[in-house]
Design a protein around this ligand. Structure first.
Ligand code: URA
Ligand code: SF4
Length: 228
């Protein structure tokens, strides 16, 4: 198979190096999305990131610039993080899928397309490797795709957003077993916790932007509280 695993460095010590991981991901051919996109958009942020934010996939501007959340959704996210009191230095931002998937219309516009289950599965090893290296205090999934990448396909943002849960075991993450692992027990202090919220682009699409933004902010304030 041409799973992204085969592009990960063999030596586990290399896997502990975010720079080596990023370099390896630049050459990934784990699914077909590398063909039409400009570049792999790997995660970025404070190396001692206490919070890892997981989006869906890079958008048009991220694809051109090679960095996550630098377009319109990123501006919403930046504002919400600042208002919630989460320091940028504490944050590492990445995506469930690391190449831009789009449909080209007649003109120059490239229309974002959601990644399918196969693309999400192919790309998951990169996200898992990032989480293993960073060992954050809190992982925040932004929107349905990121939630599914971590909790499996039964994940629903509307049902599961806004509360701290234990992060499923990295071996089962994104599978039905990950969803089953989430009992009613609150996560212990020592565990990595997961909080699901909406995608910041939902604010931009919403009829009632202020209310949707306020919901995102409420959720991020819970994350800020968990960091102490
Ligand atoms: N939307 C995402 O999910 N990720 C990005 O990096 C940009 C927009
Ligand atoms: Fe590899 Fe992910 Fe890009 Fe597919 S989307 S080629 S798995 S980095």
């Amino acid at each position: 198979s041409r799973d992204a695993e085969m592009f990960l460095p063999d030596d586990p010590r290399d896997r502990s190096d975010l720079h080596a991981l990023r370099a390896a991901a630049a050459g990934c051919r784990g699914c077909d999305l590398y063909r039409d996109a400009t570049q792999t958009v790997f995660g970025e942020g404070g190396p001692n990131g206490r919070v890892v934010l997981v989006g869906e996939q890079p958008g048009d501007q991220e694809d051109r610039r090679g960095a996550p959340f630098v377009g319109p959704a990123g501006r919403v996210l930046d504002r919400a993080l600042e208002e919630a009191g989460i320091e940028r230095g504490d944050v590492y931002v990445t995506n469930a899928v690391k190449h831009f998937k789009f449909k080209q219309t007649g003109g120059k516009r490239r229309i974002h397309q959601p990644p399918n289950a196969g693309e999400m599965r192919a790309c998951r090893p990169w996200l898992l490797a990032e989480l293993r290296i960073l060992e954050p205090d809190v992982v925040v999934s932004l929107g349905a795709t990121a939630g599914k990448a971590l909790l499996g396909s039964s994940f629903r943002v509307t049902k599961q957003r806004g509360r701290l849960m234990p992060l499923p075991d990295l071996e089962t993450i994104g599978t039905p077993a990950a969803a089953r692992e989430l009992g009613d027990e609150p996560p212990g202090e020592a565990d990595t916790r997961l909080l699901a919220t909406i995608h910041p682009s939902a604010v931009l699409r919403a009829e009632d932007r202020d209310a949707v933004y306020a919901g995102l902010l409420d959720d991020l304030r819970i994350v800020a509280g968990a960091l102490g």
